[in-house]
Design a binder for this molecule. Sequence first.
Ligand SMILES: Cc1cc2nc3c(=O)[nH]c(=O)nc-3n(C[C@H](O)[C@H](O)[C@H](O)COP(=O)(O)OP(=O)(O)OC[C@H]3O[C@@H](n4cnc5c(N)ncnc54)[C@H](O)[C@@H]3O)c2cc1C
Ligand code: FES
Length: 255
Amino acid sequence: MHQLTARIVAKEEVSQDIFRITLFAPAVAREAQPGQFVHLYCGDHQSYILRRPFSVHRLVGGDAFDVLVRVVGEGTRWLAGRRPKDSVDLIGPLGRGFNVDGQFSRALLVAGGMGIAPMVFLAGKIAENKVKVYTVMGAAGRAQLLDFMDLKRLTRRIAVATDDGSQGYKGLVTDILSKEIEETQPERIFACGPAAMLRSVAGISRRHGVPCEVSLEARMACGVGACLGCAVQARDAYLKVCSDGPVFTTDELGW
Ligand SMILES: Cc1cc2nc3c(=O)[nH]c(=O)nc-3n(C[C@H](O)[C@H](O)[C@H](O)COP(=O)(O)OP(=O)(O)OC[C@H]3O[C@@H](n4cnc5c(N)ncnc54)[C@H](O)[C@@H]3O)c2cc1C
Ligand code: FES
């Protein structure tokens, strides 16, 4: 884990109010694992005293990485307003990511909305291990289907659901998940997205007998396990999303 000042080397608006920001931080890029996050200081005066967590979206060469930022409040608005050559104070990589080292040869990634953020990095990493990767992704509409082409390149098959039916199935990712599991026969499911979606993915995975890992979101303060601000009730105890997670097996959570 490092605390450093990262230089912004590129910024692009990839959809309305969603930005891809490339940060030059070699120490972080070399250590980061899929599912880990960086904690960014989003502002320069007292009202932004807390850092904000963002998944490592994908590596860029050996020395930089992207984050995807959806503007939802003051911190993300400040971040989206930065320009190339500006700097951001960063701690990372933080947390426990997806378990990519297990013995499995077929994996299904499930992403809803901004849950796409860690998936390109994850797909690339497990594809390196000769794992057959399949993806189910969902979004409000076609314009919000981020990284579709990247995931299409990295995965053997990609199924899409949109709320408005502008691409793929009209409805929720979870409506098409059972069928995708039956057709792709995954040995692991990795999911990231809204809490309700993750709960539903956990239930469907369990019914199909497939081990599942989910990346949770929580409001964070310290980001390093010191304040208990991000604790969630799990099967046997409270767990800290920032340091015990953000990725958990659904068994650990008791889901
Ligand atoms: C491990 C982790 C990884 C994340 N990765 C990404 C990412 O890759 N890209 C991205 O855009 N966002 C990501 N987030 C969410 C991001 O951290 C929040 O959107 C951000 O902190 C909001 O800051 P803000 O100051 O703009 O909004 P605030 O002013 O703090 O809040 C604005 C609104 O957003 C809601 N909100 C704030 N934070 C969260 C949160 N964590 N979960 C749900 N609702 C929230 C608030 O309730 C409020 O309604 C991640 C969160 C976690 C925990
Ligand atoms: S944010 Fe402080 S313990 Fe997780």
